[in-house]
Ligand binder design. Structure first.
Ligand code: NOJ
Ligand code: CA
Length: 680
């Protein structure tokens, strides 16, 4: 790192005030930090356009004096970085980390208030900044009462935002709102908006470790303030000694797809801490799952119990025949009887119901080459789970399980923990306590060579880079809402997720419902509001290294031609490109398969989905390798397809194509297109 004197950086020195700037490698994005105000402030511009107007930095503590008024820049470190790193699995194998960085040391005039620094990293696709509070006298124990970070949106009056509410009972599982930015009150991140000039911006965070999640509160019109989710005692964050905060991130793109092609969040996470992770396996799975959601089966014991030895063995045989890697089984363990929402105290994670012979099942799995996928539903009692975790992991190790889906179903603010004094405390899913609890689960699982798929999770902030066994998570409305109808996900949900939730990382959405009419097609409130082609396209559009074929086997066997696409589509990619889209309207992705035992690394796949509007989208095939021919196996909405009355009108056709051509995709209302480009 080079130490640059303030004079060399061209600092303005009027009345000791200083402004320092740092730009992205391509020179388009610029951050300037200035200590001319009561609080130190930063601002961000793209070319000549101000994106984030001067915005406060700082934090306050219970015991120490605040990092607020009167702090000045005392030193500046600047550096540049350009390297490429590799993901063990992912949407993209090689990722370039190219940025310019600036660290500012800050201290109060009277030198009595402690010191801290802020580091900015500026990439071509956005910026990240974080605070560091070094070890120093008086900071052995800190309790943060507020983070003063602001995001003052320069074009607030004319911006449109897409958001879900923060601190609600349903965690992250809300239908997205589209409103003038001024109407977004208290929101979760990723928080996406666009300015009148069509610049697309998303505010989020990276590497959320041992800290509270940041939500955004519009306190003054156009100015969003960091609102950290508190502990049950009201403190936001508790720290011992020196610490760094998560990165506050601002992705900026000249068009909507720029946000999707950004790797900013991953680039701001630490490299893999687990060493050899060849035991972490992406893949596809089926499961004893949807049957419970549509009331054909029960989680609890009895006549309709889904998790029986017999059913599991049948699912394993189905999985083996059609090339799936695993079978998820929910409701296998003691504790589901009655209303399981309230069963957090009684779940046993190492005891099966008598009709579930885990030994016989794992032996059968070994024979047919399919893994049992584990399931731990906590119903929000994390102390009960924590106590049993070692035994539960051992049991799964013995059964040859490689992946566990965890669940934290409980209202927001209602996670139950029993503290050191035996007192019950209620926490938020996204407070510091739970941020640590989720990671504890993932880190202990890693010691057992187990991978985790978290439902009712803490939002993703790119930790899969550091802990590659954290494969996926939920953290938005998934397919399950289409079974419950409370209400179902609207047609715009998938093209909305792509530009919001999915910017954080992989989602276990569980696509692939083939029978939309379990309640009759006329039931608009209790069915997937999509066409069949769109269900296929979701496998390419909504990235996850593990993808479920969520419907019942009999529904796949009833539509074998469409089912072929699910069998063919991989879940691990060499490269991904967002080719087109607008937030909440439509989106088109192309992804190149990674060469593995099962998949040819030369094939490309494409997924396109639309909202309630039918539309035509032209895509250039110039992403294909220039000198090859491909058989395009196209699964598209038929001429009469529309999601309400005619969702099954699917045309499957084959064409020979090259990189020189374009395809016109005709998407029905809530329709889609899925294509495999088979290299010839
Ligand atoms: C909610 C999860 O999202 C769902 O997939 C699961 O079936 C239930 N909890 C039960 O654990
Ligand atoms: Ca859920």
């Amino acid at each position: 790192m080079r130490l640059i004197s303030l004079a060399l950086l061209g600092l303005s020195t009027a009345s000791q005030a200083q402004t320092v700037t740092v730009s992205s490698p391509d020179g388009q994005l610029t951050v300037s930090i200035n200590d001319d105000h009561a609080l130190v402030q930063y601002q961000v511009s793209l070319a000549e356009q101000l994106i984030i107007a001067p915005s406060n930095l700082g934090m306050t503590f219970k015991r120490q004096a605040p990092f607020a008024d009167g702090f000045k820049i005392t030193n500046v470190n600047q550096s540049s970085h350009d390297s490429t790193w590799q993901q063990p699995w992912g949407e993209q194998q090689n990722i370039r980390d190219q940025h310019n960085a600036l660290t500012l040391m800050l201290q109060s005039d009277d030198k009595k208030q402690g010191r801290y620094s802020v580091t900015f990293k500026v990439f071509n696709d956005g910026i990240g900044f974080r605070y560091e509070v070094p070890e120093q006298k008086g900071f052995d124990h800190s309790e943060i009462t507020d983070e003063l970070t602001e995001f003052a949106i320069a074009d607030a009056n004319q911006s449109t935002a897409w958001w879900i509410p923060a601190r609600g009972w349903n965690r992250y599982e809300y239908v997205y709102n589209t409103t003038p930015l001024m109407q977004a009150a208290h929101v979760h991140t990723p928080f996406t908006f666009k300015t009148k000039n069509n610049v697309h911006v998303s505010i989020h965070e990276a590497a959320l470790i041992d800290y509270a999640a940041m939500t955004l509160n519009q306190r003054r019109p156009g100015t969003f303030k960091a609102d950290l989710t508190p502990w049950s005692d009201g403190i936001k964050v508790k720290k011992q000694g020196g610490f760094t905060t998560p990165w506050r991130t601002i992705q900026v793109a000249k068009q909507a797809t720029g946000l999707l092609n950004s790797h900013l969040i991953l680039n701001l996470n630490e490299p893999n801490k687990l060493g050899d992770v060849t035991w972490v396996n992406p893949g596809k799975y089926v499961g004893i799952w949807w049957g419970m959601h549509i009331n054909e089966n029960t989680w609890g014991s009895g006549d309709k119990h889904g998790a029986t030895t017999k059913n599991t063995i049948e699912y394993m045989d189905f999985a083996a025949q059609y090339g799936f890697d695993g079978v998820l089984v929910e409701g296998w363990n003691i504790g589901w009887d009655g209303d399981w929402f309230f069963n957090g105290d009684v779940f046993k994670f190492d005891q099966a119901y008598p009709d579930f012979d885990i030994k016989a099942i794992s032996e059968h799995g070994k024979k047919v080459g399919v893994k049992l996928i584990g399931h731990h539903e906590t119903s929000g009692n994390v102390t009960n789970y924590r106590k049993q975790m070692p035994a539960a992991f051992e049991l799964y190790n013995e059964a040859g399980v490689e992946q566990i889906k965890t669940g934290y179903v409980a209202d927001g603010g209602n996670i139950k923990r029993v503290d050191e004094q035996g007192i019950v405390r209620k926490e938020w899913h996204d407070g510091q306590f739970m941020v640590n609890e989720y990671l504890y689960n993932v880190a202990l699982a890693a010691k057992h060579k187990l991978s985790i798929n978290t439902h009712e999770p803490i939002k993703d902030t790119g930790l899969r880079r550091t802990y590659p066994n954290w494969l996926a998570r939920e953290g938005a409305r998934g397919q399950e809402f289409n079974a419950w109808g409370t209400p179902p996900n609207p047609p715009e949900h998938a093209p909305m997720l792509a530009f919001t939730r999915m910017l954080a990382g992989p989602m276990d959405f569980t696509p692939g419902i083939f029978d939309m009419s379990f309640n009759g097609l006329g039931d608009k409130t209790n069915r997937p509001q999509t066409t069949l082609a769109k269900q296929l396209a979701l496998y390419v559009v909504l990235y996850s290294p593990i993808q479920m074929a969520a419907d019942l086997p009999k529904n796949y066997l009833a539509k074998p031609d469409a089912f072929q696409f699910i069998q063919d589509v991989p879940t691990d990619w060499q490269q991904s490109i967002a080719l087109g889209g607008e937030v909440g309207d439509f989106v088109v992705f192309a992804r190149k398969a990674k060469a593995t035992e099962r998949y040819n690394g030369d094939d490309w796949f494409l997924g396109a989905v639309s909202d309630e509007q039918a539309r035509e989208v032209t895509v250039k095939l110039d992403f294909l390798d220039a000198n090859r021919r491909y058989e395009a196996q196209i699964y598209r909405d038929g001429a009469d397809a529309e999601w309400k009355q005619n969702p099954y009108d699917l045309v499957i056709e084959k064409r020979i194509v090259t990189a020189k051509e374009s395809l016109i995709l005709s998407l029905a209302t809530s329709g889609g297109t899925a294509i495999r480009f088979k290299a010839l």
